[in-house]
Design a protein around this ligand. Structure first.
Ligand code: SF4
Ligand code: SF4
Length: 126
């Protein structure tokens, strides 16, 4: 994997992971209910709550911090709505803008995904 292709939009003050994982989890936010079950299983606390697109206070979503996920698969196994997929690291980083359409952790503009994201879930921004 070459240089990490996304620019971080928000500061997350949590420890770095020791090494690049073989796999990474990507949230398909279209199917996320914001139940937060995945957060309780993540051993490195790298799933972040982000405001939802329509009612930011009432309906929240979650997003994986791709730079911190260790690929343990627990979140994907226990998501009751089966909306977390595991990908190889290279594939996950490439597909994240299409699945995590309302990313508040990363700026996906560099990959040209921002326009399609807004068409699917509404404008980004808190
Ligand atoms: S467990 Fe699944 S549905 Fe619940 S917040 Fe996590 S990704 Fe969304
Ligand atoms: S795969 Fe493991 S480390 Fe990555 S987000 Fe899911 S629970 Fe957290």
């Amino acid at each position: 994997m070459e240089e990490f292709p996304y620019r971080k939009k928000i500061e997350i003050d949590k420890p770095d992971r020791p090494r690049l994982p073989k796999e990474t989890a990507v949230i398909e936010q279209i199917g996320c209910t914001g139940c937060e079950a995945c957060i309780s299983f993540c051993p490195v606390d790298c799933i972040e709550i982000v405001p939802g697109p329509v009612h930011p206070e009432m309906h929240k979503l979650v997003e994986v911090d791709l730079e911190r996920c260790i690929g343990c698969q627990l979140c994907a196994r226990y998501c009751p709505w089966e909306t977390i997929e595991m990908w190889s690291w290279e594939e996950g980083v490439a597909v994240a803008p299409e699945l995590t359409v309302r990313s508040l952790i990363y700026d996906y503009d560099a990959l040209g995904a921002d326009e399609s994201a807004e068409m699917r879930v509404g404008p980004a921004g808190v």
